[in-house]
Ligand binder design. Structure first.
Ligand code: FAD
Length: 431
C-alpha cells in the first residue's frame, strides 16, 4: 500500500512514522529542505493543560480589542481578504462555551495519547530530544486572571489531569533564581516539554533509515483526480515537473499552506496562518527550572539544558517574512515583569538590548506560522469530496503536542483500523 504525504513538519513526519510502522510504502514531499518550519522553533511544550480550543469566548471578545494593538499577544492584521473574513466569521461563531465543553474531553484524550507516543520515541533510545516531564506553570498577576485559571484548573481536575495551585511564596521557592513577581500559579503536572529542533532534525533521518522516501525541495503543485479519487500528485523540484501515481492515500500535512493545496483537490479548508515569534538564548547556568506561561502577557518560557527560549504571540494574517518589531519588543518587555531575575542573565540582557536587536533581527528572532483552524480544533481525517485524501493539519498552537497522536490516527484511518481515541470533533468534513 502506498502513501504520499505532503509536508515535512511534525504532522507529516509523524504520519510517515506510523504509516511506515504499519508496513506502508511512504513518500514525503517537502518544499523546503527540512532545516526549518513551524515545528522547529516552537516552545517545545506537550500540553495536556491546553484542552480549551483556541476558539473560546474569552479570546473572541478580547481579540476584538487586541486587534487594534500591534503589541498585543493576539493580533489580527486587519484586512478585507475574503479568506480572512470567512475564517473570522467561523472563528467568532465557534467561540462559545458549549464548543469549549464539547471539545475538552476529545482534545484531552488526544493530547495524552500523543504525549505518551512522543515519550515512547525518546524512551526507545533511537532519538534523544530532552523529553522532560516537569509540567508547566501558568503564572498570574491579577485577581481576574487568577479566578479564570483556577476555574481552568477545576475543569482540568474533572478531566483527570493533575494540577497544583501554588501561591506567591511557593512560586518563589520553585524558581529561586527568578523569584516570580506573581500572585501565584497553577502547575499542570501532566505537561511535558522537549527540544523541538532536536526532534525535528532526528525524525527525518530515522524515517529514511526505515525506508521512507523523503523528497526535499519538492513543491506540490496539483493533483489529477478521477471521480473522487486522487490518481496522481504533481510536484516541482529543481529538475522540473514530476508526478507520483497510484497512491492509495494522500496525506495533506502542509501546515499553514494546506488550504491552497486542499483547493487544488477541490476541497475547502478554513485555516489561517498564525505567526508567532521565539528567541533562544544560550546560557551556561540555567536559571529557570520549570517551563511556564505568563498568563497576562501570553508569553511562554522553556528551559533546556543549555538554552532558554522565550516566545509566543499570535498574529493572524498572510504568510510573509516580515518581523513586526513592536511584537518582539512586547515579548521582551513582558517577561521580566513576571520574572525579574531574567535581567540578571547576561544573555537575556544582551537580547533585550532593543537597539542591538534591531540590527540583528533576522538572526535573533525566529518565526513560524501556526496552522489555525476556524474552530481551534485540528483537522484529522478524510476529506469531504476526495475519497483517498486524509487531512492532518489545523493544529494551531498544539501541533507539537498533538503531532505523534495525529500520525497514529492517520495510520489507523488509512488502514481502516480501530481508532485509539474518538475523532468526531476533529473530522475535517465539519467545515
Ligand atoms: C512561537 C510558537 C510557539 C509554539 N509553541 C508550541 C508548543 O510549545 N507546543 C505545541 O504543541 N505547539 C506549539 N506551536 C505550534 C506548532 O509549532 C505548530 O502547530 C506545528 O509546528 C505545525 O506543524 P505542521 O506539521 O502542521 O506544520 P509545519 O511545521 O509548518 O510543516 C508544514 C510543512 O509543509 C511544507 N509545505 C507547505 N506547502 C508545501 C507544498 N506545496 N509542497 C510540499 N511541502 C509543502 C512546509 O514547507 C512545511 O515544512 C508553536 C508555534 C509557534 C509559532
Amino acid at each position: 500500500m502506498k502513501a504520499t504525504i505532503i509536508g515535512g513538519g511534525i504532522a507529516g513526519l509523524s504520519s510517515a512514522w506510523f504509516l511506515a510502522a504499519d508496513g506502508w510504502e511512504v513518500t514525503v514531499l517537502e518544499k523546503g529542505d527540512l532545516s526549518d518550519n513551524c515545528s522547529f522553533g516552537n516552545m517545545g511544550y506537550l500540553s495536556p493543560s491546553h484542552f480549551v480550543p483556541l476558539a473560546q469566548p474569552g479570546i473572541v471578545s478580547q481579540g476584538f480589542w487586541w486587534m487594534f494593538d500591534v503589541k498585543s499577544p493576539f493580533y489580527v492584521r486587519p484586512s478585507l481578504h475574503p479568506d480572512l473574513l470567512r475564517w473570522g466569521w467561523k472563528f467568532m461563531r465557534a467561540g462559545t462555551q458549549s464548543h469549549v465543553d464539547r471539545s475538552a474531553r476529545p482534545l484531552t484524550e488526544l493530547l495524552l495519547l500523543s504525549k505518551q507516543l512522543t515519550a515512547d520515541w525518546q524512551h526507545s533510545g533511537q532519538m534523544s530530544f530532552e523529553y522532560t516531564e516537569h509540567g508547566c506553570i501558568m503564572y498570574y498577576q491579577t485577581a481576574h486572571t487568577e479566578r479564570e485559571e483556577l476555574e481552568n484548573a477545576r475543569v482540568a481536575t474533572d478531566l483527570g489531569l493533575k494540577t497544583e495551585i501554588i501561591d506567591r511564596e511557593q512560586a518563589q521557592r520553585i524558581e529561586p533564581d527568578m523569584r516570580p513577581d506573581v500572585r501565584g500559579g497553577v502547575w499542570f503536572k501532566d505537561d511535558a516539554h522537549l527540544h523541538p529542533n532536536s526532534l525535528m532534525r532526528q525524525l527525518p533521518l530515522l524515517l529514511e533509515q526505515r525506508g521512507v522516501r523523503i523528497i526535499r525541495q519538492a513543491q506540490v503543485t496539483g493533483f489529477s483526480k478521477e471521480n473522487k479519487t486522487i490518481r496522481s500528485v504533481r510536484y516541482r523540484d529543481a529538475q522540473g515537473e514530476h508526478q507520483i501515481t497510484d497512491s492509495d492515500v494522500v496525506v495533506l500535512a502542509a501546515g499553514s499552506w494546506s488550504p491552497q493545496i486542499a483547493k487544488m483537490a477541490g476541497e475547502y479548508l478554513p485555516l489561517m496562518p498564525g505567526k508567532g515569534y521565539s528567541m533562544t538564548i544560550d546560557t551556561d547556568r540555567q536559571r529557570l527550572r520549570i517551563p511556564c506561561i505568563l498568563l497576562e502577557a501570553k508569553v511562554a518560557l522553556t528551559p533546556w539544558r543549555t538554552q532558554l527560549r522565550i516566545g509566543s504571540t499570535m498574529e493572524i494574517g498572510p504568510i510573509n517574512d516580515r518581523i513586526l518589531f513592536p511584537r518582539v519588543q512586547g515579548i521582551l518587555e513582558a517577561a521580566p515583569k513576571f520574572l525579574p531575575g531574567l535581567v540578571e542573565d547576561p544573555a537575556f540582557r544582551q537580547l533585550a538590548d532593543l537597539e542591538a536587536l534591531k540590527r540583528y533581527l533576522r538572526e535573533k528572532v525566529w518565526f513560524g506560522f501556526r496552522p489555525v483552524s476556524a474552530d481551534g480544533l485540528p483537522y484529522i481525517g478524510f476529506a469531504k469530496k476526495t475519497d483517498n485524501l486524509l487531512m492532518a493539519t489545523g493544529h494551531a498552537m498544539l501541533g507539537l503536542s498533538l503531532g505523534a497522536g495525529t500520525g497514529k490516527l492517520i495510520a489507523e484511518m488509512a488502514g481502516g483500523k480501530p481508532l485509539s481515541v474518538g475523532v468526531e470533533a476533529f473530522d475535517p468534513r465539519r467545515c
